[in-house]
Design a protein around this ligand. Structure first.
Ligand SMILES: [Zn+2]
Length: 604
């Protein structure tokens, strides 16, 4: 699968040319590579970064691997040679490798797993190694990863110590290593990590057992709680283990969790985590815009999990998984990186006030790097493999989950041809699907019809096909055929569930899968974006993906509180809205996704 044109392909290009080289440079600047070199006597630097700083390197290696898969580039080969050799030289004969433990606190080796992140770091090393084999056929890092995984199996596998890591990640990594190698002990260890969780093995401390999902056994955990990234990484691993073992009790818990996270705790942008403290999910419907933590990594983690839920559904499941992925990619994930590909948000609030208070992980502007640098390399590795989310093949059908300008080479079970999607989506609602080459008789095409355009039909050689109950329209996949999908991209006003107090009486603007916002930089009149209310009037499409809303200015009240009297509305103005994904690319200033709804008259 290849993204050929349109915004996603352009983003991948920028990721390869700017984001990945920037991340590589930051590994030196931030001290991550020196943390390895100092153990070999090749650097005098002190250890720098957080205890899991090694994972920054492993995620960048994974990003490079997917970039090689995408472009066959050789530009990173010598860098890979160097850093893989560095990791291999630091690895102890036992297989252990973790520069913070080895260089700073050797007495803590496997002794304080609730916060040392040793298995989390190991998980990212394993994932990078698996990616390099799949993408480049390169096995040198795999040798390192297997030695480490074998050590974990020996020490914590069946019959070993009952221990788990404070930060999930090892689970999904071990399943991937099992898939690559066929070595069953890796899958068994992943299962064991999941079985052991929720039994109070981690000292809860002031954060509480919810923080690392150790409050309740996984099979009984039906609500997404605690540190959002940990919960969502764990769920990716749990779903992986279900896929490999068929243990339905895991899938039942994951179904309930998925509904908890997506029906009651997800921001409109596809972000998660409404609490800065503990980087945690909030309660159901607790979704404040300006205090949204909405960590970039939580969206990445949910992409990983939701994609696995789609696959667990047979790759042919309901469209809700694919539509969630689309929302996350086009909004929360896209907003996390700037137009140059070298500056990143860690927290992704849906509103910024004029006097926004910057915090370490929630700065006013995107930053080139962070002390806790989990997010930028996570963006890099995710964007490099965006094409993987486009389609699946199952039950004799090609399923197009994501609508994008892309090419898909058919696997042998469907034929020898190529299916090409030609589209300017999401700016343009027409998607043309062309089948080139041979197709086996009886093959089918299933195309997702987005929920916001339910009446759209897939028009092929034998006429229009309506959307089925699962959100996909089906037609025979025929050689030489051309199918057309015309989606309704009329801009729409969206409201939130009445229990979301922070959004009551407010509307957001969406067009297709794209969430919009109003940024102060687009207001040339002397009023504040926080004083605007949206009229229920038609929204027009402006230049370069902008929309033009009709708004009224709310006349300022006298005090913070007052009697329950009418709100006064002033003049009507045309106001430009931009895709949320593009905000913050000019001088920092106020922005908001949700605006109050205005009445048509002058007084309410
Ligand atoms: Zn992060």
């Amino acid at each position: 699968m290849r993204l050929v044109g349109g915004p996603l392909a352009a983003w991948q290009q920028r990721n390869g040319e700017a984001t990945i080289p920037h991340c590589i440079e930051q590994l030196d600047v931030s001290g991550v590579l020196d943390n390895f070199r100092r153990l070999l006597g090749e650097s005098d630097a002190e250890f720098r970064g957080l205890v899991f700083a090694d994972s920054d390197l492993y995620k960048v290696i994974e990003a490079v691997a997917w970039e090689i898969a995408r472009t066959r580039t050789r530009a990173f080969d010598s860098w890979l040679d160097d850093v893989i050799a560095l990791v291999a030289r630091v690895q102890e004969p036992s297989g252990y490798v973790d520069t913070w433990i080895q260089g700073v606190a050797p007495e803590k080796k496997f002794a304080a797993l609730e916060w040392t992140h040793e298995m989390y770091v190991a998980g990212h090393l394993i994932q990078a190694a698996v990616a390099l084999v799949r993408a480049a056929g390169r096995t040198d890092l795999l040798d390192v990863a297997r030695r480490l995984a074998d050590l974990l199996v020996e020490r914590f596998g069946p019959g070993g110590e009952d221990r788990i890591c404070g930060h999930p990640e090892i689970e999904t990594a071990l399943v991937e290593l099992y898939r690559l190698t066929g070595e069953r002990t890796y899958l068994d260890l992943a299962s064991r990590m999941i079985d052991l969780r929720g039994h109070g093995l981690l000292p809860a401390g002031s954060l509480g057992a919810h923080y690392f999902q150790d409050h309740r056994p996984v099979r009984e955990s039906t609500a997404a709680v605690g540190h959002a990234v940990r919960q969502l990484y764990l769920n990716a691993g749990v779903t992986d283990v279900f896929v490999e073992t068929g243990d339905d009790s895991l899938l039942r818990a994951m179904d309930a969790q998925w509904n908890s996270a997506h029906d009651r705790k997800m921001y409109l942008s596809g972000a998660f985590g409404s609490r800065h403290r503990d980087e945690a999910f909030g309660d159901d419907y607790e979704l404040p815009s300006e205090r949204a933590y909405a960590e970039t990594c939580a969206t990445v983690a949910d992409l990983l999990w939701t994609w696995r839920m789609l696959l667990a559904d047979g790759g042919a499941g309901t469209a809700r998984y694919a539509e969630t992925i689309e929302r996350e990619v086009h909004n929360a994930l896209a907003a996390a990186v700037d137009a140059t590909g070298t500056r990143f948000f860690y927290a992704n609030p849906l509103q910024q006030r004029r006097d926004h208070h910057s915090e370490e992980n929630a700065p006013r502007e995107r930053a080139p790097w962070y002390v806790c640098a989990c997010c930028p390399p996570n963006i890099a590795r995710t964007v490099a493999q965006l094409s993987a989310y486009v389609a699946t093949v199952t039950d004799g059908a090609l399923w197009l989950h994501q609508l994008a300008d892309a090419e898909i080479d058919l696997p042998a079970e469907l034929g020898t041809g190529t299916v090409r999607m030609v589209t300017g989506y999401p700016a343009d609602g027409r998607v043309e699907i062309r089948v080139e080459g041979d197709v086996v008789p009886g093959a089918e095409l299933s195309v997702r019809i987005p929920g916001w355009s339910p009446r759209s039909t897939l028009v092929g050689p034998d006429g229009p096909r309506e959307c089925g109950g699962d959100g996909y329209a089906r037609a025979p996949l025929e050689p030489g055929a051309r199918y057309v999908l015309d989606l309704d991209l009329t801009p729409r006003l969206t409201t939130a569930h009445h229990r979301v107090d922070a959004l009551r009486g407010a509307v957001a603007v969406e067009r297709g899968p794209v969430v919009y916002c109003v940024e102060q930089a687009d207001l040339d009149a002397p009023f504040d974006v926080d004083d605007l209310a949206v009229l229920p009037a038609p929204i027009t499409v402006g230049e370069r993906d902008t929309l033009v809303l009709r708004c009224r200015v709310i006349n300022a009240a006298d005090g913070l509180y007052g009697p329950d009297t009418a709100t006064e509305f002033g003049d009507e103005h045309a106001v430009t809205a931009i895709p949320f994904s593009t905000w913050g690319n000019r001088a920092p200033g106020p922005m908001r996704v949700w605006l109050p709804r205005a009445p048509r008259g002058g007084l309410q």
